[in-house]
Ligand binder design. Sequence first.
Ligand SMILES: [Zn+2]
Length: 347
Amino acid sequence: MRGNLEKFFSGAVCKFFAGTRPTMNPDTKVAIGVDIGGTKIAAGLVTAAGEIVAQSRTSMISSGDAEEGLAAVRQAMDALYTKLGTRPTIEAIGICAPGPLNPMTGVIINPPNLPIWHNYPLAEKIRDLFGVVALIDNDANAAALAEAIWGAGRGYRNVFYATIGTGIGTGIVFDGKIYHGKTGAAGEGGHVGIDIHGPRCNCGKRGCIETLAAGPGIARRACRKLSAFPNSLMKEMAKGNEKDITSHIVGKAFAAGDPAAQEVITETLDMLAYWLGTIIDLLEPDVIVVGGGVSLMLAPFLSDIRKRWRGACANPEPEAIPLLPARYGEDAGIAGAAALCWPSVHS
Ligand SMILES: [Zn+2]
């Protein structure tokens, strides 16, 4: 990070901090990305090449007065400026926040894990506070755009992105633009169902891929395996407490040759392949990019998922579609939020 920062300040971008509005030379453009979660805010300065040259992490309050939430965003920006040692002139601020939200109007509607904001015009408030264009979107849409512009999806026209962690978030980028649907609610691929009789998802539906193949779903299926495999390494790795089995433990037990973990992984690959097969039949993207915490555990199996596409979709050439690991990990929110700014910075 320090090396990046020194390079950043020693290069042409220094002009940017002289206090005057910069010329629109693509090499000197930066944007600020703010990633708002239920408990934390991450803010970062991002270059035109998608490099995060500085970032800060501060606390978010999830309930209380709506304006206190806005004050927390201001604190996050101040923390970033303190880290930079200067207050850069910026063209735009991109924000990703928990949904549901309306990316067109910039209004946060009623996020379950951020009840401090209810029908709150966040983009307008940020615009008034900082005097620049503010754009908002949900984290998966934003991360999809960052991957399409700067990451694994760069150079491809149409990108389908999935982040697999405690849930499954997805984003669709067509021709460099996020596909939002009529009201901004499109691209919820994690709630595409693969089993009408499956377990109930947090969204109310049954059998969504999220409830079956995100981290908690993998762990739940692993727990159920223990009745048939009482001596599984997964139990030992969780120190005898079945409830402490995580998808990370499943991956570790698989690597150690545990048969129960092998069954869980095989089922997970079958489910993800079937789900992505459905996505391919619907969208036929040029590339599929996978990120998120659980995707690190699944990274060695991406080619196995691809092999399973034949028979899991009607597309005549599913194996021609690359399935690639994402460029951005924990910083996907910052990069994604900054990516939202790019069209307006460039215009
Ligand atoms: Zn669901």
